[in-house]
Design a protein around this ligand. Sequence first.
Ligand code: DGL
Length: 241
Amino acid sequence: MQGRIAFFDSGVGGLALLAECSGRFPGEKYLYYGDNANAPYGNRGDREICALADRAFAEIARREIAAAVIACNTVTAECAGSLRRRYPFPIFGIEPAIRPAAAAGGKVLVLATRATLRSARVAALLRENETRAEIACFCPARLAEAVEAAAPDLSALRLEEHLPPGRYDGVVLGCTHYALIGRAIARYYSCPVYDGVAETVDHLQKKLNIRSENASKRAKIDVIFAGSGKIRNEMVFFGLK
Ligand code: DGL
């Protein structure tokens, strides 16, 4: 593919998507842009979020970009439409995986940022799936911030300070920062979690027609890390692999 596949997030959360995509398609070229200096976005107003995303995209678009992935549920929910209208390359997004979680039935907890939970897209997803499962939503107001501050060592996060108690059959990780601690959240609730990461990469592969290759053959991935804050992403990214 000509150009890089760019991944954008408010901070480190989108690394979950970059890790999945580069693990499966190590021969592609990547750019990761984290707006770490302004993270988290999730408690901000719509306009502010879109202004920050616009500014980040202006930086991303200075490179040769084949496609961009908004690796952030919050920005996808708030401004995917306006970003798509503005840029010539294809722009993909990620949305809370409410559909697969609800399809499994039972009691489902949706965790996402305040901005994502108030979005029209999530309201539509909840309506579409309301007969399949009993769905509750919760915004862990400081969890993305805690992940951002603790990265790359996420082992000491105290989930009980952020997550509501309860018994669930499935938990939707509707924020890519939560996907980074997906295993710990699955253990916390003793149930499956749904982060939408693999499905987003499946969609990307189909739309961009990316050919599968033998991932184990390639050791080095061509990725440029950029962003507005301290670039410690590389460390986090390789820590994830
Ligand atoms: N990682 C982002 C998401 O998927 C946003 C977290 C934040 O900046 O609040 O929603």
